[in-house]
Structure formats: structure tokens, C-alpha cells
Design a protein around this ligand. Structure first.
Ligand code: PLP
Length: 397
């Protein structure tokens, strides 16, 4: 069969994280005992009170079209939540409810940028930012960060890119994959640089609730009077609700209205019962805070286990994450020993150790691998053993 060309998709390919997860699941289904540390989702069930609210909404006949921008009580609850948790002062008309944070990002980038617009994306970046920019016919401008800077963008280098014509920046703190968390002062400097050049900031704060011994700094409280900011967040990670598909974008009401028009023609809205589940997550503070705290302390224990284990394996340098649930590892010596890049290394580990990790190449950092600790301590312990065997097989150390 000849290769079909899909003009609007250009070179957009399957997400590397979803691809690796799918490959590992196929092997598992075929009976191969794969340990998958590739998934980007909490392994916990959605807290019971949230799931119940969704089921109750279905039973109550809440199964019709909601407004395109989302249920008004949910939009108000998001504004109130951002006020309480992130120090924001938003009104409901500044909130758009979306099908996960991913759609909020797509709607924001597609609405604000067009053919040839240059958008700065710092490395290591979440895999979907460049494809979303491409789909908007915009041009991703990759800004390399360094381990010595904690994988955070350098404000002077950012300013140079704005001076040479970039109009936007995608920020992600806590970061997937590096776990880097911007401080108030670091975020202030970045916002000041963007403001000097009238550039838009799309701030993806989907991991805001998952931080370790540090505080999450949000554009909600740091923006002050700079208006060219879209805050993106959602329910998937903090509340173990990946399959419910509820996220949101918050920003100037005219941009939110334009994004709502786009949404009205593309996916109409977010499923109504899921919006009721999300509303319960925001309204029932005490139950929610308890559930989040339990999940974060489980992540924290696994983080420690993994950091200690990976640090002891020759040729791997892990960077302690301050947030999210991934360990970002420099695996350069392993790549050198194998004579492959990070994708070759991950395929080798899948074939020989039955271990699924995500190659750094997918995040714009080719000598790294990302390991998710959203799985049990037993699986992590077994994964460490398999990594230990791989070190011997590859002759590193
Ligand atoms: C950094 C980042 N942003 C956005 C998303 C999308 O989240 P959602 O499930 O809300 O679409 C993810 C999911 O992996 C992510 O890691």
C-alpha cells in the first residue's frame, strides 16, 4: 500500500509516551512480564466521592449537552480553587472547561498563534508541545536548558529569543519530565522578560499539587497586572482522574471567549457527568485534600526508593525531582556503551530486560531517559534489579 499523506498532520507522529505504554501493554498481553515505567498517570483509583458524583450525575439524567465553556458552577469553582490554592483573582468568565489539560493547551496555542508564529519551548519539554505548535502552523523554537541550571530556562537566553521575534513561551512547572519546579523569584523573572516583549505565556501547571518539600509557584499569583498569560491545569494528575478528561484554561476573558468558539466547533464541550465529578473534587475540600495528601506521600516514598536505587547504578545520573512523578536520568554512558541514542537504549531495555522507560529523545534531550514512579514499590524494586543487570550487560561502571 502506498503511504497516505495527511496534509494537515504534516510530520506529527504518535506520542512517544503513549507509544511506549502501548508497546509495553501489547507485550504484557502476549504474556511477557514487562515492567512499565512509561505511563504518565497516577496508579491510584479516582477517589470514591469524586467517582460517586459522576455516577450520580448520570443517574440524575445529567447526560445532555452542557454549555461549550463548561458548567457555570464548575467554572466558578475553578476560579475559587485557583484563588485558594494558587493565590489567583479570577472570575468565572475567565475559565474554559476543556477535555483535559491537553485540549486547553491545544485551544490556547491554536487560538493565539498562527502560521509562522514562533513559540519558545524549553527542553526537556512535554512531548505534545511541539506537535501542537505544528498543528497551529506555528514554529517551535527550542530553548536548551542545562542540568547546572536545574533544567530551568535562562531568562537572558529567553529574552534573546523574544528579541529575535518569538511571540510566546510554553512553561511547565512542575515539569514533566525533569520534575523541576520554578520558585516565585524564577517565575517573576520569566514573566518580567515576557512582559518586556509583550509575549504570551502558556503556563502548564497540571502537576501543581504534586511537589516534594517545596512550594508550587503559579502564574495565578505572580502575574500581577501582566495579562498575556493563559494558565492551564486540570484534574488528571492531582486527583487521579486521567480517564475523566477534564481540564481548564484560565486567562483574559476575550481570549477565553475565542477559545470557547473554537471548542464549540471541534468537540462541543466536556462530558457533563465528568464535569459533575470534577465539581465534587473542588467542592469537597476536606475529602479532596486528604486524598491528595495520601497520594503525594506515596509518591514521595517511591521517589526516595528510586533515587537511592538509581544513584547506586553505574552510568546513570538521576536528578531529584521537586515535583510530578518522574525521575529524569542522564543515561549518556549507557547510550555510548550501546552505541545508540536514548530511543535505541529504551528499545534495548524493553527487549532484554523487559523494562519500559521513555527515551529522552521524545522530550528533546537525547541522552536521557524518563522513568515514571506512578507504580507500586514492588514494581520499582524489580525495575531497579533489572537496571542493575543491564548495567552489567552493557559493561558500564
Ligand atoms: C505536562 C503535561 N501537560 C498536560 C498533560 C495532559 O493532561 P490531561 O490528561 O489533563 O490532558 C500531561 C499529561 O501527561 C502532562 O504531563
Amino acid at each position: 500500500m502506498t503511504q497516505q499523506v495527511y496534509a494537515n498532520l504534516g510530520g506529527v507522529e504518535e506520542s512517544a509516551t503513549l507509544g511506549m505504554t502501548r508497546r509495553a501493554a501489547e507485550l504484557k498481553a502476549a504474556g511477557v512480564p514487562v515492567i512499565s515505567l512509561s505511563a504518565g498517570e497516577p496508579d491510584f483509583d479516582t477517589p470514591g466521592f469524586i467517582a460517586e458524583a459522576g455516577v450520580e450525575a448520570i443517574r440524575d439524567g445529567q447526560t445532555h449537552y452542557p454549555p461549550a465553556a463548561g458548567l457555570m458552577p464548575l467554572r466558578a469553582a475553578v476560579a475559587a480553587y485557583l484563588g485558594r490554592e494558587c493565590g489567583g483573582a479570577y472570575t468565572s468568565d475567565q475559565v474554559l472547561v476543556t477535555v483535559g489539560a491537553k485540549q486547553a493547551l491545544f485551544n490556547a496555542i491554536f487560538t493565539l498563534f498562527g502560521p509562522g508564529s514562533r513559540i519558545v519551548i524549553p527542553t526537556p519539554y512535554w512531548v505534545s508541545y511541539p506537535p501542537i505548535a505544528h498543528l497551529a502552523r506555528a514554529v517551535p523554537v527550542i530553548l536548551e536548558t542545562r542540568a547546572a541550571d536545574g533544567f530551568k530556562p535562562d531568562p537572558d537566553e529567553l529574552a534573546a529569543l523574544f528579541r529575535s521575534g518569538a511571540r510566546g513561551l510554553v512553561l511547565n512547572s512542575p515539569s514533566n519530565p525533569s520534575g523541576a519546579v520554578l520558585s516565585d523569584a524564577e517565575l517573576d523573572r520569566i514573566i518580567a522578560v515576557a512582559a518586556r516583549h509583550d509575549a504570551w505565556i502558556i503556563s502548564d501547571e497540571i502537576y501543581h499539587a504534586i511537589v516534594y518539600d517545596t512550594e508550587h509557584a503559579s502564574v495565578a499569583s505572580r502575574a500581577r497586572d501582566y495579562e498575556r498569560i493563559i494558565l492551564v491545569n486540570g484534574f488528571s494528575k492531582a486527583f487521579a482522574m486521567t480517564g475523566w478528561r477534564v481540564g481548564y484554561a484560565v486567562g483574559p476573558s476575550d481570549v477565553i471567549a475565542a477559545m470557547t468558539r473554537l471548542q464549540g466547533h471541534v468537540n462541543t464541550n466536556t462530558a457533563l457527568p465528568c464535569q459533575y465529578a470534577a465539581l465534587a473534587a473542588l467542592d469537597q475540600h476536606a475529602a479532596r485534600d486528604r486524598a491528595v495528601k495520601e497520594m503525594v506521600s506515596a509518591f514521595d516514598r517511591r521517589r526516595d526508593l528510586l533515587l537511592k536505587g538509581v544513584s547506586a547504578i553505574p552510568g546513570l545520573t538521576p536528578y531529584p525531582p521537586d515535583g510530578a512523578f518522574y525521575l529524569w536520568i542522564d543515561a549518556g554512558p549507557w547510550c555510548d556503551s550501546l552505541g545508540a541514542n536514548s530511543t535505541g537504549l529504551c528499545l534495548d531495555l524493553l527487549d532484554n530486560e523487559r523494562l519500559a522507560l521513555v527515551p529522552g529523545e521524545a522530550f528533546g534531550a537525547d541522552r536521557f531517559v524518563r522513568l515514571s514512579f506512578a507504580t507500586t514499590e514492588e514494581a520499582l524494586t524489580e525495575a531497579l534489579e533489572r537496571l542493575g543487570k543491564a548495567a552489567v550487560r552493557l559493561g558500564v561502571g
